[in-house]
Ligand binder design. Structure first.
Ligand code: AMP
Length: 126
């Protein structure tokens, strides 16, 4: 089934400048901003500027430039926030939700970068 992008979603509206965001970093292909309802002391959302619905949509259809830009932006944010274990930081969690079973609320691909406290297990056992 093709990925159908809904241009009315809240992150599309942020990208169009229709609603504000607290920007952490912006590059030609990527925007990162603070989550409006943070789950930990640090909670940043990283989104591509292109119209991709999920991680797998982005991974399959984005250009190499977009994919590299997105991930280098994530790395820079981990460094800037002092989270990267490569710089002696405490670590963090990167999460992306996709579709119904994934619990995705906003249908524009985004990676959550969450840190600033111990985060426990990744997921509860069923
Ligand atoms: P997900 O459930 O993975 O789709 O996550 C969507 C995230 O977007 C949630 O953590 C929300 O708190 C966050 N969110 C929703 N609206 C906004 C907004 N206007 N600005 C920043 N974060 C938002």
């Amino acid at each position: 089934m093709p990925h159908t992008y809904d241009p009315t979603n809240v992150f599309a509206r942020i990208l169009r400048g229709e609603i504000p965001n607290k920007t952490v970093m912006e590059t030609p292909h990527t925007l990162a901003f603070h989550d409006i309802a943070p789950l930990a002391p640090q909670h940043v959302l990283v989104i591509p500027k292109g119209s991709y619905v999920t991680f797998d949509h982005f991974a399959a259809e984005a250009s190499a430039d977009e994919i590299v830009d997105f991930h280098r932006t994530c790395a820079q944010i981990c460094a800037d926030l002092g989270l990267s274990i490569g710089s002696g930081g405490p670590g963090y969690r990167a999460i992306t939700n996709a579709g119904g079973h994934g619990g995705q609320e906003v249908p524009h691909y985004h990676l959550h970068l969450i840190g600033g406290r111990p985060l426990g297990r990744m997921i509860e056992r069923a």
